[in-house]
Design a protein around this ligand. Structure first.
Ligand code: C5J
Length: 229
């Protein structure tokens, strides 16, 4: 067991029973010229996450932790995409439309995949999810159970959407979650700040928040003993 300084208080964890979850670090959200930018967003606000998250990913791998990546997206025929999600808003491009990096948020397309810097390696789990939360309509719960996971370290994008939804889903299922402040990103600075505050408020209503530097230093001295891929 190791402990990381966090808000609202220390977060104790054992790397053997803790998974690093990397949410939706996909080209469609992060690359200049991609879907995220076509919605009028400044993707540099998400891209700042890549460097600290690469360092955290390396530390988690070195500590032998289970690493789980997620990708938001849909089947090519869009049969898993609720019409309400397709209709939402007034974007110049919609899910399934041709984009600069292939059909937008469609499984198998270049833009749907994870950015090169954070590409999964052999043995890591990749969860394809049609919703914002990583538990909805996926096998995530079974993967966690099969690996004896009790706590999650949550990273990725975007803070107030898929990171929040997944953290809330995990919290409701009994997992203690640590959200890593500089390894989650939002297109909206005020949502980033408030999104993080909402997690640790009220004594940690959804979980804990810490910086990657503190987490990496806690991980450096800790090594997982058993992880089933
Ligand atoms: C969004 C996500 N923001 N991964 N997806 O639509 O947060």
């Amino acid at each position: 067991m190791t402990t990381v300084p966090a808000a609202p208080g220390p977060f104790p964890f054992d790397p053997a029973t803790t998974a690093l979850v990397v949410i939706d670090m996909q080209r469609d959200f992060l690359l200049p010229g991609g879907f995220g930018e076509s919605l009028g967003n400044d993707v540099s606000l998400l891209r700042v996450v890549i460097e600290p998250l690469s360092a955290l990913l390396a530390a988690a791998r070195a500590a032998g932790m289970l690493v789980i990546h997620t990708r938001e997206g849909h089947l090519p025929d869009l049969s898993d995409c609720p019409p309400a999600k397709l209709r939402r808003g007034n974007p110049s491009q919609r899910i399934g439309d041709p984009g600069r990096f292939g059909r937008i948020l469609i499984r198998g397309e270049y833009g749907h995949d994870i950015v090169d810097e954070l590409a999964p390696i052999d043995g890591e789990v990749v969860i394809d999810k049609p919703g914002k939360g990583a538990f909805y309509a996926t096998g995530l719960q079974e993967v966690l159970r099969a690996n004896g996971i009790e706590r999650l370290i949550v990273t990725g994008v975007t803070t107030e959407v898929c990171v929040h939804t997944t953290t809330r889903e995990a919290n409701d299922r009994g997992y203690d979650c640590l959200v890593v402040a500089d390894c989650v990103g939002s297109y909206f600075p005020e949502f980033q700040r408030v999104g993080l505050d909402m997690i640790s408020a009220q004594g940690g209503i959804f979980g804990w928040v810490a910086d990657s530097a503190a987490l990496i230093s806690a991980l450096t001295g800790a090594t997982a003993t058993s992880v089933t891929a």
